[in-house]
Design a protein around this ligand. Sequence first.
Ligand code: AP5
Length: 216
Amino acid sequence: MSSPHVLLLGAPGAGKGTQSKRIADRFGVDHITTGDALRNNKEMDISELGFEYDTPGGFMDAGELVPDEVVNEIVVTALGNADGFVLDGYPRNIEQAEFLDDRTALDAVVRLGVSDDKLIDRLTGRRVCPSCGVNYHVEFDQPEETGICDECGTDLEQREDDTEETVRERLRVFAENTEPVIEYYRDSDAYVEIDGEGSPDEVWEQVEAAIEARNP
Ligand code: AP5
């Protein structure tokens, strides 16, 4: 088995981050996530590009997409350093999908389907560790001690874009920009749709099998 090239598609809160970590561990591939890369560069000065906001953080806190120029650059650098990978949060529009197509082939394109009501519950209840990056949920995935990371003991935080108002805007942006990306991949042999509403373990069983089947 060679190192697989995996793309995970799904709305905000579909479980891309949760499943990507398992894919990276199981298949020994890099986890490339534009969301984390942008959160680490929220204050980067992009004023010379002349957009509505002068930093990636301005777009993110409003629930909007960060301009392609900024995001494509991050992905090119990450792909250049990776053998196999799981790509999470990219591409988010057709222009990004075409840009990716020109640079690499994909073995598995896994779409996680979850209803909007569940997505809102998952995101508004998500808590993240600012130190080691582990995700929890106030109801579905609680740490042993409330508000404290099991792994490193740091106080958990709520992401700034996980308020209900911004989550609804992110879902609207997803429907407008990223649903067409799903159509872009739907007819490819690499594409598989998985019900993302089960428990993380139930979803993982299907994700792992789908990648194994496409990367024998
Ligand atoms: P990004 O960080 O990519 O956010 P997102 O796509 O909105 O996805 P999330 O990380 O919110 O959700 P997830 O699917 O990973 O869910 P998770 O596994 O954590 O992007 C943030 C922003 O950056 C964007 O809004 C945009 O501004 C910008 N950006 C990023 N990429 C860009 C791009 N390519 N172009 C332009 N702009 C870009 O799960 C959520 C919660 O649910 C957790 O609490 C978890 O514990 C729980 N959970 C997970 N699975 C289950 C389950 N099976 N059952 C019950 N609970 C579960």
